[in-house]
Write a protein that binds this ligand. Structure first.
Ligand SMILES: Nc1nc2c(ncn2[C@@H]2O[C@H](COP(=O)(O)OP(=O)(O)OP(=O)(O)O)[C@@H](O)[C@H]2O)c(=O)[nH]1
Ligand SMILES: [Mg+2]
Length: 439
């Protein structure tokens, strides 16, 4: 039920918004994008009180939509007592200025909204620095629009003192932003340095690395938490999971170890979305290193979402943008428990169901998690071999090393040495080659 306007004002929290989309036929996913815009607004604690769409052969340069439609929008703003209008289209500074003049309320676009959500959600210092960088980069080319109203009396080039008021203010703001950006770059470098040390330690351990990647709300964090619960690593902290867009902003790495000598590091990362602002992808480039350096990507898909094929496309495009498109992928089709009409979707009637490089499952089902972990392990440890070593008693240290690093199926203490049946990687096999009796 829609809340009473006065109640909202008393609470002073909820912003009433009208969503607008102009469809010029360029975006084949226009309708989906509008649904998502509404979810983005909700994720930013805004209340959607109206929706207006227009089909146009070409987006209007000055107003984005047609003059008549803007008048209709102005009426709607009054009627619904809206505080903000949010366009799904990217608006130019001129369009924003003209629209604000005609509508007399704040005007935002999709990029703005996504940046605001990231701004609200960023918890760690590094995430905050990254989002601020993206926000300032987004603002920088838009400063001109904000200052155009001021008079321009001064000349074109030269020192600050020779310029008009508007240009002076513009240049001061631009300098201030550029200074802040360079100090942000420094601070980010420090944060990256600290993370690089931990990463190096993980690299030295030789344990393979796996990254959870996918559209926002697909279930990446849930999968990580369920894997931790399944492998009972109490000392590894669980991550935040919630039914909202962009629940995760920071990369978290956890060790998944069933105690069967086939452990792997798993990283949970920020989700992707249709039209994810380029500045944000760039700002998050460093934290997405875990993805770039992974041995295997778990591409998580919410299979119950009717637009899941488009989500896959967007995720693959973003992976290309962050230079991670050549890493092997295991497709994780998740949330099959939410699908009512399985027959229509051509999906398996029983889950978990693994086929080639894909698995259909539900993160909330333990059997699914178990099968997925085994599938991941078999992919990571594919080069493992079953071998038999015979180690002389005076080299007992080697026997201990093999027991520590390999999956051992049996040990026999013979007269002339210790006979070990084990499943080992190529490194161990070549290191202790001389003790190998059967391969
Ligand atoms: N029914 C059902 N719900 C699931 C399943 N997997 C995840 N969820 C729910 O989906 C919502 C989103 O899950 P998250 O794990 O936070 O999604 P995410 O991919 O990490 O999302 P971002 O961090 O926003 O990118 C949560 O409410 C989960 O409980 C599933 O298999 N079945
Ligand atoms: Mg998450």
């Amino acid at each position: 039920m829609e809340k009473n306007r006065n109640e909202d004002q008393v609470q002073g929290e909820i912003t009433r918004v009208i969503l607008v989309g102009v469809d010029d036929g360029e975006d084949p996913f226009f309708e989906q994008s509008m649904v998502e815009l509404s979810n983005l607004a909700k994720a930013c604690d805004k209340q959607v009180v109206g929706l207006l769409k227009q089909k146009l052969p070409k987006v209007h340069t000055a107003l984005c939509m047609g003059q008549g439609k803007v008048e209709e929008l102005a009426e709607l703003v009054k009627l619904k007592e809206a505080d903000e209008v949010i366009f799904d289209n990217t608006l130019s500074p001129t369009q924003i200025r003209n629209l604000v003049k005609l509508l007399d309320v704040a005007v935002l676009d999709r990029t703005n909204l996504i940046l605001d959500i990231f701004w609200l959600r960023a918890k760690t210092k590094e995430a905050k620095l990254q989002v601020e960088t993206a926000k300032l980069k987004y603002m920088l080319p838009r400063l001109v629009g904000l200052h155009e109203g001021l008079t321009r009396k001064g000349g074109a080039g030269g020192s600050l003192s020779s310029k008009g008021e508007g240009e002076k203010q513009l240049e001061l703001d631009r300098r201030r932003i550029e200074q802040r950006l360079s100090s942000l770059r420094r601070e980010l470098k420090e944060a990256e340095g600290a993370r690089a040390v931990t990463r190096k330690k993980r690299n030295l351990s030789q344990i393979p690395r796996v990254a959870l990647v996918g559209y926002t709300n697909a279930g990446k964090s849930t999968i990580m938490n369920r894997m931790l619960r399944y492998t009972k690593r109490k000392q590894e902290k669980e991550v935040f999971e919630k039914n909202m867009l962009f629940a995760t902003l920071e990369t978290s790495v956890r060790l998944i170890d069933k105690g069967d000598k086939r452990p792997f590091f798993l990283s949970d990362t920020v989700g992707f979305i249709h039209k994810l602002p380029h500045d944000l992808v760039e700002a998050f480039h460093a934290t997405l290193e875990e993805v770039r350096e992974a041995d295997l990507i778990l591409h998580v898909v919410d299979y119950s979402d009717e637009y899941h094929n488009d989500h896959i496309r967007v995720t693959n495009e973003t992976l290309k943008e962050i230079e991670a498109s050549t890493i092997p992928q295991l497709m994780i089709y998740n949330k099959l428990d939410c699908l009512e009409e399985k027959e229509d979707r051509n999906c398996p009637s029983m889950i978990p169901f693994a086929k080639d490089d894909a698995i259909y499952l539900s993160a909330i089902q333990e059997e699914s998690i178990q099968t997925m972990v085994e599938l991941i392990q078999s992919k990571l440890y594919a080069k493992q071999r079953d071998v038999v070593f015979k180690i002389p008693y005076e080299s007992a240290k080697i026997a201990a090393d093999i027991q520590n690093r390999c999956q051992v199926s049996s040990i026999e203490y013979l007269e002339d040495g210790i006979k070990i049946h084990a499943n080992c990687d190529s490194q161990i096999c070549s290191k202790y080659d001389i003790y190998m009796v059967e391969a």
